[in-house]
Unconditional design. Sequence first.
Lengths: 413, 413
Amino acid sequence: MDVANLRINGNRLQQSLEEMAKIGATSRGGVTRLALSDEDKQARDLFVKWLKEIDCEITIDDMGSIFGTLPGSENNLPSVMSGSHIDSQPRGGRFDGILGVMGALEILRTIRENNIQINRPVTAVAWTNEEGTRFSPAMIASGVWAGSLKKDYAYNRTDPDGKRFEGELIRIGYKGPSPAKRWPVHAYYEYHIEQGPVLESKNRIIGVPKGIVNLNWYDIYIEGESNQAGPTPMVNRHDSLVAASEMIIAANEIPNKFGGDLVTTVGRIDNEPNSVNIIPGQTHFTFDIRSWNDGLTQRALDNLLPLFKDIADKRGCIVRIEETWRVKHSPFDPKLVRIVNDSAIKLGFDPLEMTSGAGHDAAYINQVAPTAMIFVPSIGGRSHVEIENTTWEDCKAGADVLLQCMLQSANEA
Amino acid sequence: MDVANLRINGNRLQQSLEEMAKIGATSRGGVTRLALSDEDKQARDLFVKWLKEIDCEITIDDMGSIFGTLPGSENNLPSVMSGSHIDSQPRGGRFDGILGVMGALEILRTIRENNIQINRPVTAVAWTNEEGTRFSPAMIASGVWAGSLKKDYAYNRTDPDGKRFEGELIRIGYKGPSPAKRWPVHAYYEYHIEQGPVLESKNRIIGVPKGIVNLNWYDIYIEGESNQAGPTPMVNRHDSLVAASEMIIAANEIPNKFGGDLVTTVGRIDNEPNSVNIIPGQTHFTFDIRSWNDGLTQRALDNLLPLFKDIADKRGCIVRIEETWRVKHSPFDPKLVRIVNDSAIKLGFDPLEMTSGAGHDAAYINQVAPTAMIFVPSIGGRSHVEIENTTWEDCKAGADVLLQCMLQSANEA
């Protein structure tokens, strides 16, 4: 058969996603499947069972990442890998991460049932703890695999209850025997929902990210003066929450001021003593700024951070600014990006060149192997919420593109 | 002896306050003595012990309020009462509340040791749960005593751990046999720290509040749309925290816009899901507005609350505004206010007419009996914090004024 005509089984992909969505299902149609939880273990067991059903060679590394490989005719050549993650946000969606794992599994199933001859081995992977919501930071296992994070550091991360990453990994039986360390990979494709509204708004089905935007996180700590609300005249106040509010407005106005593709977010705020009749004395918030353009980001930061100081000064508060994460924009492998684009066109789609605004395991793999991604639309642009959704047709479309990409890379010499 | 020359014992008052400050003492010089906690019980036991030492008749009502009375020669006449509260804020100060209880005790001790003949009985009182920080609302026991709050309502209030007020009252052994219900009171004086910076800034020692400002509390709930921070363009966002920040700025500008003695405070904010890389979808904050002028307050609210709606609309968010507390300004008894003022002048002070910006048990008692208050300076205007402080000299000064006021009222026919 001409592999250009080969298609994945959309019903089977849907059924697999529906099975997975039962594990950690929430009342409003989402899932809570935190990394290394009982639900994570249950979903891993199911993934491993499905890999076994198609006679994959299964490797579990000592960070808990699961690799299922089908052999190629030249089995000593570096493999073509695809996958994503099984863990979810608390009350997150049914597609984020798991679509990329089930997509890769579906490619292997399709290759197996059609007895397709491939030159190189192909591997489906599920990376541990991508979300970073239970154990910070995000993408911890792909980071260790790629050599960007230390394994000891990862093992000693604790969840909000103080439980160690390694302890939880052992508890669910997924500290595997193989060291989490990169091996040669010929090509890595990650299939994922867009998690934004761009594809939907432009009425496109396949998105082709040219790379991942930069990502910069800050912790802002403001110290004012706590006092009784009633008896303290306005002029005597050093209200840390009012200062924070002004900073949040300033942070929100930055993209409008500097243009381009900048996005800024204050996601978290903590206020002390947080009592109705006490003037706030200590406020902390996080600040997230991203763009494809590292220079633009820097100019925006050079404008905004001194503004934070001015606002604090004006209100008699002290501000401390800590940079907690800084990753430059990361362009994917141009050849693989072209393969994704061309495969989509051959399948009759009108692919959209874009950037990935979110981090993915692909960001770490991109540092050590040729990497590209495939996006499909998120309905209403919603993600990390229970109503996160993607049509089954679009799920199939992205997987068909992935199949063609993997076959092409796997048949390269 | 001429009682006009009678003075309280400043050292004894200081020692009593220092003893009390040991109960629930924090590492930074404050106290945590939450209502109906073990620390509250320990402090109550000490107060009762000291009342017994001067042969007071002790009554504990079924809201846990403690009354210690010295008889007058016409013991069937309504008594002259003074007191405040024993409970504190979490990591609160050593003077808020307890100064008024120890002050009243010191008056009784002074009368007893000097064998002063008084016409009417005099009573020192400690009201349960004034702060409202463990069991909302504030001033719950004086409210029940005055008939403004229902006892069943009070009994069923729960703390953040779900423990009932009545259960905790029984647990610490302070559900007394006497029904919490007002009896005739000839005059009620409450001695308290100012909890604001006005006396200090004007270099005065005695403040004479003409009454308590109005108090209005609102809960503001904003619903936006939660989404992944990176992939969501700014224009597609409905960020509830940005909307809240604009509202907080607007609320903070109201006193400047409307003038007078208005003060506004946003003390508490809660944000969901409060995660660094997720656009906030639900934000709640509290709004507190106070003034002596009820009409001015209403005009400010008529301006601000529609502004909240406009801000929410502009950002595609929904806002819900709930009024949770509304008390009109409450003028004290003019005759008692004059007695406080004249007593201070006779003692050589230059008393300052002012208002009380904070609520006090006096607010409820003022509804059923002639009431006035005496303020002494808070260093730096700080209160509800561990560094809350008042000099021992000022503590004595206020208690001397209180003594003269109580003697004058107690000797009235």
